[in-house]
Ligand binder design. Structure first.
Ligand code: SF4
Length: 370
């Protein structure tokens, strides 16, 4: 499959990075974990008591008038970010606002996980580095990967790192599925790999985050093969120009794959035709495999029951934050134990206030420069 060797700055927020979006830390491994019944802050009682999630946020919105998507200059949301948001929304926001705060330990877990994913990808195919200079080129490479993988899946083969994208509730979501294969019963199965630093299965809260992630993949993949994702939606949300000519290396890579495409629009048409005419099935089952980073041994697997209503309800709630309809929230009292392993615990206003306040971005910036 092809990756991008794009010029820096050319395609900011274009949609996909070069790594699988599975490469996010397993927070439950990053500290001593006890599912304590204590609250986030030092005060007693329910930290969320008397919280009006709409009130203060409405006032802040009047002041800065930008939605988080606008403030972070996002044209789309990563499914992995939504999974992280389901762990602690406030932590995910800090991660965007203060990326340098990430601990070295967390960065090491990420790096090791990324290496294992790359090794697995290389088991199935070689990686080709393609120079790209526009965001259309970057997306073209993703579309070429999809075009190459569709026939493999149609013929019953296994594919890895399949890009997915589509609009849900007016927001464009993107992600990369680790693996798709058929079971012995002929059912299409999504397999998600999660690597762990410690040789033990994760806590229930971590599993819940992972279940949400794979369920979102299924929602979007199914919509793609049912023809419910349109090229117009991709072009609109990602602000792409179909008439733009593809770069020479991208055109050459397309030719080598047997595709004739000069402009980005040519490739869009080919991809969406291929997706809708290929008769690919929807995903039948969702499996998460947990493996130990150091020894690459499987610690266990989880079969996920797809509960569409719950997944969509949760997603709608999360998107309300991104579209500026509500304030970000930290963890609930029963999950206060998560704060013990959080990089942002020392500055977290939600935690310090017992779960009733959050800082504006400007307040964070002031705090960090003191
Ligand atoms: Fe979330 Fe707790 Fe971290 Fe605050 S300290 S960001 S509430 S996990």
């Amino acid at each position: 499959m092809a990756g991008t060797g794009r010029e820096s700055g050319a395609t900011e927020n274009a949609g996909f990075g070069d790594l699988s979006d599975s490469e996010f830390p397993d927070f439950s491994e990053l500290g001593d974990i006890e599912e304590l019944g204590s609250q986030p802050g030092s005060s007693s009682g329910n930290p969320r008591k008397e919280v009006d999630p709409e009130g203060p946020w409405k006032r802040k919105r009047e002041a800065d008038a930008l939605t988080p998507m606008e403030r972070f200059h996002l044209r789309c949301l990563w499914i992995s970010d939504l999974a992280t948001q389901s762990w602690c929304e406030q932590q995910m926001v800090y991660g965007k606002e203060l990326p340098d705060f990430q601990s070295a330990e967390k960065a090491a877990v990420l790096s090791a996980g990324a290496s294992i994913h790359l090794a697995r990808e290389l088991e199935l195919h070689d990686l080709v580095n393609i120079h790209t200079s526009t965001k259309e080129d970057v997306w073209a490479v993703k579309l070429l990967n999809i075009l190459c993988m569709i026939p493999i899946l149609q013929s019953g083969g296994t594919i890895r790192e399949f890009p997915v994208f589509g609009e849900v509730e007016g927001v464009f979501l993107v992600g990369v599925i680790d693996e798709l294969h058929y079971t012995s019963k002929g059912e299409l199965e999504l397999a998600e790999l999660k690597t762990r630093k410690r040789p033990m299965m994760p806590l229930e809260a971590q599993k819940e985050k992972d279940r949400f992630q794979v369920s979102l993949y299924k929602c979007i993949f199914d919509a793609m093969v049912r023809g419910q994702v349109t090229s117009a939606s991709l072009v609109h949300h990602m602000k792409l120009s179909p008439e733009l000519l593809l770069g020479p290396q991208v055109q050459s890579h397309a030719r080598q794959g047997g595709f004739t495409a000069k402009s980005f629009g040519d490739l869009l048409e080919l991809t969406f035709l291929s997706l809708t005419l290929s008769d690919l099935p929807v995903i039948d089952s969702l499996k998460i495999e947990y493996s130990h980073q150091e020894t690459d041994t499987v610690l266990g697997t989880e079969m996920v029951v797809f509960e569409e209503k719950q997944v969509r309800d949760k997603l709608r709630h999360q998107l309300k934050y991104w579209t500026g309809l509500r304030e970000p929230q930290g963890v609930d009292v029963k999950e206060a134990w998560k704060c013990r392993m959080c990089d942002y615990a020392a500055i977290c206003e939600w935690r310090q206030s017992g779960g009733t306040k959050t800082l504006t971005q400007e307040q964070h910036a002031k705090k960090m420069t003191k």
